[in-house]
Design a protein around this ligand. Structure first.
Ligand SMILES: Nc1ncnc2c1ncn2[C@@H]1O[C@H](COP(=O)(O)OP(=O)(O)OP(=O)(O)O)[C@@H](O)[C@H]1O
Ligand SMILES: [Mg+2]
Length: 626
């Protein structure tokens, strides 16, 4: 007696509708999930041409009984739930009875299966969702599904498929996630005959992680094990050194299902709060086991989103699970030394509490948040530049954070001393426009450059200004097709996933034009020999991966739009940051470059770079003038 029934109308309506088959990756996902539901311990996936021409999934699961064969390609036919109520107690991955019907409707499917206890296997061919042929065959127990010529009968959807390499990247991403959530299943993926993923199926998640992401990652993870009355959370949290610039390396599973959940990712971020710098995301694999009643998987048609009945409790549980793991680990480097963290909240308070202090006109205080993460620039480029035509004097007494007490004798004693004092400062004498002939007073908070000229003061946000300079210089070089490549003294090796390597292949021309020179190094890694803009960033690997992220999310854009986005990113990282001491020579050089630009008053993100306060305004402020 077969187990498959056809669900009644009411039940069908309650099940969220949606497109099941979007691309080869979604076909692979559905087929592998069926294999898992069938209790398989070994699943192999083979694809050709990104899965567009050929997908084969073989398992050693329960197989399909002969009586059920006729129903497998019918919509809403499932062995996994019996009625609407069951939806709330699902422990299987499938439940809609829709996947095979949808796949069969848009491809040529061949199914070979032998159920446990059955002496022979069956081979079935379907086209347009209709079984064309069925024959007995010899076969090991389990099921093999072969999907050929995806979307052959729906040209409009075929057109939306991306290049083979991109599609195979999606497939490897899906298989990765499934492998991570099922460490006791031995999973393999091969693409055009080449094995890409192969997990041992020992049940130990750390082995699965190491086999997918490489030994370096396997060695940099900390075990998570947390249990309370509601949830059991297990998995691995990556140490700070393997954090990445995007969330791609975060895999979250709820009751074995890969999900996206803001509640969970924000709890992870919070737990990592003191361990990672801004815009860095933890590597993490999290398995959350929860009573199915407390979670609704039926929110999203692709079953990617979940809803928890008590989000606060899930948040707290995830936070503690991750935090406990991290705090028990002494090798994590706490980011204590980053100057940016010493920025006192009280400074902000002054501005917020007294908003009327400098309002209106050109002297307005802009309290815009940082639009980009300020990188730490290697100051070599500035220090090496020549300043022969500039006269400067670097005051010996200049100290970090020096607080100058105004002593009465200075103003009384007058001229002589004041003259000396003035000589300590550099005149920006070869800059043009607003800056020409201005006097450098110095830096405030190691963040703003202060200048005096005629009857006004200029405040320059050093990061915003420098960002604009780098942005314009790079844009110019890019449009003139000049090489921005600067060879690294010590080349760097970057480990990537198979998917990232594929994306890189697609965007090789783009990376080369930006100035990256690299070659494949085997095992999904590359060796980078040159980078743009003279090794602009503290962490070249991060920068590279960030750009890869930009390239991967913008596949349809042309190279110059992509380049603009990339240059934004590089400029932000390459620019000197706030809280960095600059000497007058460096300030002068920067202002000279800035004043040569057309667009010098804002950073590339539109934040002001220069603010002017007139003498009149100061006088009003001090009530000298009304
Ligand atoms: N690899 C397999 N091994 C054993 N049985 C399978 C396999 N693949 C499919 N089946 C059977 O075929 C039925 C239909 O599969 P299908 O994927 O279409 O629906 P489902 O898994 O029940 O729900 P969903 O649409 O949510 O995936 C399943 O309920 C199961 O009984
Ligand atoms: Mg299914």
């Amino acid at each position: 007696m077969g187990k498959i029934i056809t669900l009644d109308e009411g039940t069908v309506k309650k099940i969220a509708a949606g497109e099941v088959v979007e691309n080869p990756a979604s076909v692979v996902k559905e087929l592998v999930e069926n294999s898992i539901d069938a209790g398989a311990s070994r699943i192999t996936v083979e694809i050709k041409k990104g899965g567009i021409s050929f997908i084969k999934v073989t398992d050693n699961g329960s197989g399909i009984e002969e009586d059920d064969i006729a129903k497998v390609f019918k919509r809403h036919s499932t062995s996994k739930i019996r009625n609407a109520e069951d939806i709330y107690f699902i422990s299987s991955l499938g439940f809609r009875g829709e996947a095979l019907a949808s796949i069969a409707a848009v491809s040529r499917v061949e199914l070979i299966t032998r159920a446990a206890g059955t002496p022979y296997g069956l081979r079935v061919y379907s086209e347009n969702g209709i079984i064309k042929d069925m024959e007995k065959t010899g076969s090991p127990q389990g099921t093999t599904v072969i999907v050929r010529d995806l979307f052959y009968n729906t040209p409009a959807r075929f057109k939306f498929l991306k290049k083979d390499s991109v599609e195979s990247g999606y497939v490897s991403d899906i298989v990765t996630r499934i492998a991570l959530s099922n460490p006791s299943i031995s999973l393999s993926l091969s693409s055009d005959g080449k094995i890409i993923i192969q997990t041992p199926g020992t049940g130990d998640l750390s082995y699965a992680i190491a086999s997918i992401y490489g030994m370096d990652t396997g060695k940099s993870i900390i075990k998570i094990n947390y249990k309370d009355e509601l949830v059991h959370i297990t998995g691995y949290a990556g140490r700070a050194e393997i954090s990445r610039p995007s969330r791609k390396y975060q895999s979250i599973f709820v009751n074995g299902r890969y999900v996206r959940s803001k509640v969970i990712t924000s709890a992870i971020d919070e737990a990592y709060n003191t361990y990672l710098v801004k815009n860095k995301y933890a590597f993490i694999v999290l398995n959350i086991k929860i009573n199915p009643v407390a979670v609704d998987v039926n929110v999203h048609p692709a079953k990617l989103e979940v809803k928890f009945s008590d989000e606060q409790r899930i948040y707290r549980a995830v936070y503690h699970a991750v935090k406990n793991a991290l705090s028990g680990e002494s090798r994590i480097i706490e980011i204590k030394t980053d100057e940016a963290l010493f920025f006192k909240e009280s400074n902000r308070d002054i501005i917020e509490k007294e908003p009327g202090l400098l309002t209106g006109g050109p002297g307005q205080i802009y309290n815009a948040g940082e639009p980009c993460e300020e990188g730490t620039r290697d100051m070599r480029a500035w220090k090496d530049s020549r300043h022969d035509n500039l006269v400067y004097y670097r005051p010996d007494s200049r100290q970090e954070g020096r607080h100058v007490e105004l002593d009465a004798s200075r103003s009384d004693d007058g001229q002589g001393r004041q003259e000396d004092y003035r000589q300590d400062y550099f005149l920006v004498d070869d800059a043009s426009g607003d800056f020409s002939g201005s006097r450098i007073i110095g830096q405030a908070f190691s963040t703003y450059i202060l200048l005096e000229k005629d009857d006004y003061l200029l405040l320059v946000d050093q990061h915003a200004a420098h960002e604009r300079i780098v942005f314009e210089e790079m844009k110019k070089q890019f449009s003139e097709n000049k090489s921005m490549a600067q060879e690294l003294i010590v080349p760097i090796t970057i480990n990537m996933t198979y998917q990232e390597i594929k994306i890189l292949d697609e965007n090789k021309a783009f990376f080369n034009r930006l100035g990256y020179i690299y070659e494949e190094f085997g095992n999904n890694s590359i060796i980078v020999r040159a980078v743009p803009y003279g090794g602009c960033c503290e962490n070249e690997e991060d920068m590279f991966l960030e750009l890869l992220d930009i390239a991967s999310s913008n596949r349809k854009e042309n190279i110059s739009i992509l380049a603009e986005k990339a240059i934004y990113q590089i400029a932000c990282k390459a620019a000197v940051k706030a809280n960095m001491n600059l000497d007058n020579k460096e300030i002068a050089e920067m202002l000279k470059k800035l004043s040569a630009l057309e667009n010098l008053y804002t950073c590339p993100h539109g934040r002001p770079a220069v603010v002017k306060i007139t003498r009149g305004e100061l006088e009003k402020m001090f009530k000298r003038k009304l």
